[in-house]
Write a protein that binds this ligand. Structure first.
Ligand code: SF4
Ligand code: SF4
Ligand code: FES
Length: 249
Protein backbone atom coordinates (compact mmCIF):
# COMPACT_ATOMS: atom_id res chain seq x y z
CA UNK A 1 0.00 0.00 0.00
CA UNK A 2 1.27 3.45 -0.89
CA UNK A 3 2.49 5.47 2.06
CA UNK A 4 1.08 8.85 3.05
CA UNK A 5 4.09 11.06 3.59
CA UNK A 6 4.09 13.86 6.14
CA UNK A 7 6.33 16.79 5.20
CA UNK A 8 7.18 19.17 8.02
CA UNK A 9 8.52 22.20 6.21
CA UNK A 10 10.19 25.29 7.65
CA UNK A 11 8.19 28.39 6.81
CA UNK A 12 9.39 31.95 7.25
CA UNK A 13 9.43 35.00 5.02
CA UNK A 14 12.06 37.46 6.32
CA UNK A 15 10.53 40.19 4.14
CA UNK A 16 7.14 39.94 5.83
CA UNK A 17 7.08 41.59 9.27
CA UNK A 18 4.08 39.41 10.26
CA UNK A 19 5.84 36.14 9.37
CA UNK A 20 7.10 33.96 12.24
CA UNK A 21 9.44 30.96 11.81
CA UNK A 22 7.49 27.71 12.18
CA UNK A 23 7.09 24.20 10.75
CA UNK A 24 4.06 23.56 8.55
CA UNK A 25 2.87 20.04 7.76
CA UNK A 26 1.76 18.87 4.32
CA UNK A 27 0.61 15.37 3.32
CA UNK A 28 1.20 13.59 0.00
CA UNK A 29 0.55 10.11 -1.40
CA UNK A 30 3.86 8.50 -2.24
CA UNK A 31 4.15 7.58 -5.92
CA UNK A 32 6.82 5.35 -7.50
CA UNK A 33 10.19 7.06 -7.92
CA UNK A 34 9.03 10.17 -6.06
CA UNK A 35 11.90 12.46 -5.16
CA UNK A 36 11.83 15.54 -2.93
CA UNK A 37 12.05 17.88 -5.89
CA UNK A 38 8.84 16.44 -7.39
CA UNK A 39 7.17 16.25 -3.97
CA UNK A 40 7.88 19.94 -3.26
CA UNK A 41 6.57 20.94 -6.68
CA UNK A 42 3.42 18.92 -6.09
CA UNK A 43 2.92 20.59 -2.69
CA UNK A 44 3.39 24.00 -4.27
CA UNK A 45 1.06 23.27 -7.19
CA UNK A 46 -1.65 21.42 -5.27
CA UNK A 47 -1.57 22.83 -1.75
CA UNK A 48 0.36 26.07 -1.23
CA UNK A 49 1.63 28.27 -4.10
CA UNK A 50 3.49 30.50 -1.64
CA UNK A 51 6.02 27.77 -0.70
CA UNK A 52 9.56 28.98 -1.53
CA UNK A 53 12.39 26.65 -2.58
CA UNK A 54 15.05 26.70 -5.31
CA UNK A 55 15.74 24.36 -8.17
CA UNK A 56 17.04 24.62 -11.70
CA UNK A 57 18.51 21.48 -13.27
CA UNK A 58 16.64 18.58 -11.55
CA UNK A 59 19.78 16.50 -12.19
CA UNK A 60 22.19 17.19 -9.28
CA UNK A 61 24.15 19.63 -11.43
CA UNK A 62 23.19 23.18 -10.41
CA UNK A 63 23.34 22.78 -6.61
CA UNK A 64 20.30 25.04 -6.12
CA UNK A 65 17.99 22.57 -4.37
CA UNK A 66 20.24 21.83 -1.35
CA UNK A 67 18.39 21.77 1.98
CA UNK A 68 18.51 19.98 5.32
CA UNK A 69 16.63 16.70 4.90
CA UNK A 70 15.82 14.94 8.18
CA UNK A 71 18.82 16.63 9.79
CA UNK A 72 21.32 16.10 6.98
CA UNK A 73 22.21 18.50 4.15
CA UNK A 74 21.47 17.06 0.72
CA UNK A 75 19.97 17.74 -2.70
CA UNK A 76 16.17 17.54 -3.01
CA UNK A 77 16.36 16.38 -6.64
CA UNK A 78 18.74 13.54 -5.76
CA UNK A 79 16.80 12.29 -2.73
CA UNK A 80 14.12 9.64 -3.27
CA UNK A 81 11.31 9.48 -0.70
CA UNK A 82 11.57 5.66 -0.66
CA UNK A 83 14.90 6.13 1.18
CA UNK A 84 13.25 8.25 3.89
CA UNK A 85 10.77 7.51 6.68
CA UNK A 86 7.13 8.66 6.39
CA UNK A 87 7.93 11.85 8.32
CA UNK A 88 10.20 14.13 6.35
CA UNK A 89 11.51 17.32 7.96
CA UNK A 90 12.85 19.95 5.59
CA UNK A 91 14.82 23.00 6.72
CA UNK A 92 16.85 25.60 4.81
CA UNK A 93 20.65 25.25 4.76
CA UNK A 94 22.17 27.07 7.75
CA UNK A 95 25.10 29.44 7.19
CA UNK A 96 23.54 31.23 4.21
CA UNK A 97 21.17 34.19 4.00
CA UNK A 98 17.57 33.02 4.09
CA UNK A 99 15.51 34.14 1.10
CA UNK A 100 12.35 32.47 2.40
CA UNK A 101 11.15 29.01 3.56
CA UNK A 102 13.67 26.54 2.05
CA UNK A 103 15.35 29.02 -0.32
CA UNK A 104 18.75 30.46 0.66
CA UNK A 105 21.18 32.78 -1.11
CA UNK A 106 24.31 30.67 -1.63
CA UNK A 107 25.47 32.85 -4.55
CA UNK A 108 26.64 35.80 -2.43
CA UNK A 109 28.61 33.48 -0.12
CA UNK A 110 30.25 31.61 -3.00
CA UNK A 111 31.14 34.78 -4.88
CA UNK A 112 32.86 36.21 -1.78
CA UNK A 113 34.68 32.92 -1.19
CA UNK A 114 35.90 32.71 -4.79
CA UNK A 115 37.13 36.31 -4.67
CA UNK A 116 38.85 35.71 -1.32
CA UNK A 117 40.86 32.71 -2.54
CA UNK A 118 41.28 34.22 -6.04
CA UNK A 119 39.77 31.16 -7.66
CA UNK A 120 41.19 31.62 -11.11
CA UNK A 121 44.39 30.54 -12.90
CA UNK A 122 47.14 33.07 -12.13
CA UNK A 123 49.37 33.31 -15.17
CA UNK A 124 51.85 35.98 -16.27
CA UNK A 125 51.39 34.88 -19.91
CA UNK A 126 49.44 37.30 -22.02
CA UNK A 127 46.27 35.73 -23.40
CA UNK A 128 46.46 35.14 -27.14
CA UNK A 129 43.05 34.13 -28.52
CA UNK A 130 44.69 32.88 -31.76
CA UNK A 131 47.19 30.60 -30.04
CA UNK A 132 46.69 26.84 -30.14
CA UNK A 133 45.38 25.25 -26.97
CA UNK A 134 48.14 23.91 -24.76
CA UNK A 135 48.00 20.18 -24.20
CA UNK A 136 47.78 18.80 -20.68
CA UNK A 137 48.67 15.31 -19.58
CA UNK A 138 45.42 13.26 -19.52
CA UNK A 139 45.97 11.83 -16.04
CA UNK A 140 46.58 15.30 -14.61
CA UNK A 141 43.58 16.77 -16.43
CA UNK A 142 41.41 14.04 -14.91
CA UNK A 143 42.82 14.70 -11.43
CA UNK A 144 41.92 18.40 -11.79
CA UNK A 145 38.49 17.54 -13.20
CA UNK A 146 37.80 15.29 -10.21
CA UNK A 147 38.09 18.32 -7.88
CA UNK A 148 36.39 20.66 -10.33
CA UNK A 149 33.13 18.68 -10.12
CA UNK A 150 31.96 20.82 -7.17
CA UNK A 151 28.50 22.25 -7.89
CA UNK A 152 28.64 24.89 -5.13
CA UNK A 153 25.59 23.47 -3.41
CA UNK A 154 26.72 24.54 0.08
CA UNK A 155 26.02 21.18 1.77
CA UNK A 156 29.60 20.93 3.09
CA UNK A 157 29.34 24.39 4.65
CA UNK A 158 25.97 23.62 6.23
CA UNK A 159 27.37 20.41 7.76
CA UNK A 160 30.61 21.97 9.03
CA UNK A 161 30.48 22.96 12.71
CA UNK A 162 33.50 25.24 12.28
CA UNK A 163 31.87 27.11 9.38
CA UNK A 164 28.67 27.46 11.40
CA UNK A 165 30.50 28.89 14.42
CA UNK A 166 32.97 31.02 12.47
CA UNK A 167 31.66 32.82 9.37
CA UNK A 168 35.26 33.69 8.38
CA UNK A 169 36.21 30.00 8.01
CA UNK A 170 36.86 29.15 4.35
CA UNK A 171 35.34 25.67 4.54
CA UNK A 172 35.97 22.46 2.64
CA UNK A 173 34.69 23.84 -0.66
CA UNK A 174 37.33 26.61 -0.73
CA UNK A 175 40.10 24.30 0.47
CA UNK A 176 39.20 21.78 -2.22
CA UNK A 177 39.29 24.55 -4.80
CA UNK A 178 42.75 25.68 -3.71
CA UNK A 179 43.94 22.06 -3.97
CA UNK A 180 42.64 22.12 -7.55
CA UNK A 181 44.71 25.23 -8.43
CA UNK A 182 47.84 23.80 -6.77
CA UNK A 183 47.53 20.84 -9.14
CA UNK A 184 47.15 23.06 -12.20
CA UNK A 185 50.56 23.66 -13.87
CA UNK A 186 49.22 26.82 -15.55
CA UNK A 187 48.78 28.53 -12.16
CA UNK A 188 52.05 30.26 -11.25
CA UNK A 189 51.24 30.83 -7.58
CA UNK A 190 53.91 29.56 -5.20
CA UNK A 191 53.49 27.61 -1.94
CA UNK A 192 54.12 30.91 -0.14
CA UNK A 193 51.22 32.55 -2.03
CA UNK A 194 48.91 29.66 -1.18
CA UNK A 195 50.08 29.71 2.43
CA UNK A 196 48.94 33.31 2.73
CA UNK A 197 45.45 32.32 1.59
CA UNK A 198 44.86 29.03 3.41
CA UNK A 199 47.73 28.58 5.90
CA UNK A 200 45.72 30.27 8.63
CA UNK A 201 43.10 29.60 11.26
CA UNK A 202 40.44 30.72 8.77
CA UNK A 203 41.85 28.15 6.36
CA UNK A 204 43.28 24.66 6.76
CA UNK A 205 44.48 25.12 10.37
CA UNK A 206 40.93 25.94 11.52
CA UNK A 207 39.60 22.64 10.16
CA UNK A 208 38.75 20.10 12.89
CA UNK A 209 39.11 17.15 10.50
CA UNK A 210 35.92 15.35 11.54
CA UNK A 211 34.81 15.22 7.89
CA UNK A 212 31.10 15.94 8.05
CA UNK A 213 31.81 17.81 4.80
CA UNK A 214 32.83 14.66 2.94
CA UNK A 215 29.92 12.66 4.42
CA UNK A 216 27.33 15.02 2.89
CA UNK A 217 28.96 16.02 -0.41
CA UNK A 218 26.42 14.94 -3.07
CA UNK A 219 29.15 14.74 -5.72
CA UNK A 220 31.38 12.50 -3.57
CA UNK A 221 34.34 14.82 -3.95
CA UNK A 222 37.31 13.34 -2.04
CA UNK A 223 37.42 16.23 0.45
CA UNK A 224 39.22 14.20 3.11
CA UNK A 225 42.20 13.64 0.79
CA UNK A 226 42.37 17.34 -0.13
CA UNK A 227 42.18 18.50 3.49
CA UNK A 228 44.95 16.06 4.48
CA UNK A 229 47.07 17.09 1.50
CA UNK A 230 46.71 20.80 2.24
CA UNK A 231 47.41 20.32 5.95
CA UNK A 232 50.69 18.57 5.13
CA UNK A 233 51.65 21.01 2.37
CA UNK A 234 50.86 24.13 4.40
CA UNK A 235 52.54 22.59 7.48
CA UNK A 236 55.89 22.31 5.72
CA UNK A 237 55.59 25.49 3.62
CA UNK A 238 57.07 27.82 6.33
CA UNK A 239 59.95 25.38 6.92
CA UNK A 240 60.75 25.28 3.19
CA UNK A 241 60.51 29.04 3.08
CA UNK A 242 62.89 29.41 6.03
CA UNK A 243 65.42 26.99 4.51
CA UNK A 244 65.44 28.81 1.17
CA UNK A 245 65.86 32.15 3.03
CA UNK A 246 68.86 30.63 4.96
CA UNK A 247 70.39 29.40 1.71
CA UNK A 248 70.23 32.86 0.15
CA UNK A 249 72.00 34.47 3.16
S1 SF4 B 1 36.66 18.33 8.23
FE1 SF4 B 1 37.08 20.52 8.35
S2 SF4 B 1 35.96 21.43 6.62
FE2 SF4 B 1 35.15 19.33 6.92
S3 SF4 B 1 33.34 19.60 8.24
FE3 SF4 B 1 35.10 19.18 9.60
S4 SF4 B 1 35.92 21.25 10.13
FE4 SF4 B 1 34.55 21.49 8.37
S1 SF4 C 1 32.36 20.33 -2.16
FE1 SF4 C 1 30.55 19.00 -2.41
S2 SF4 C 1 29.18 19.63 -0.74
FE2 SF4 C 1 30.71 21.24 -0.94
S3 SF4 C 1 29.77 22.76 -2.30
FE3 SF4 C 1 30.99 21.36 -3.60
S4 SF4 C 1 29.57 19.77 -4.26
FE4 SF4 C 1 28.59 20.82 -2.55
S1 FES D 1 17.80 21.12 -9.01
FE1 FES D 1 19.90 21.33 -9.60
S2 FES D 1 20.96 20.22 -8.10
FE2 FES D 1 18.89 19.80 -7.63
Amino acid sequence: MARILQFNIFRYNPNDPDSKPHLQSFYLDETPNLNLFIALNRIREEQDPSLMFDFCCRAAICGACAMVINGKPGLACKTKTKDLPEQINLLPLPGFKLVGDLAVDTGTWFRAMNERIEAWVHSSKEFDPRAEEERMDNALAEQIYELDRCIECGCCIAACATAQMRPDFLGAVALNRIARFILDPRDERTDKDYFEIVGTDQGIFGCMGLLACEDVCPKNIPLQDQLGYLRRKMGIAPVKNYLSWRKKK
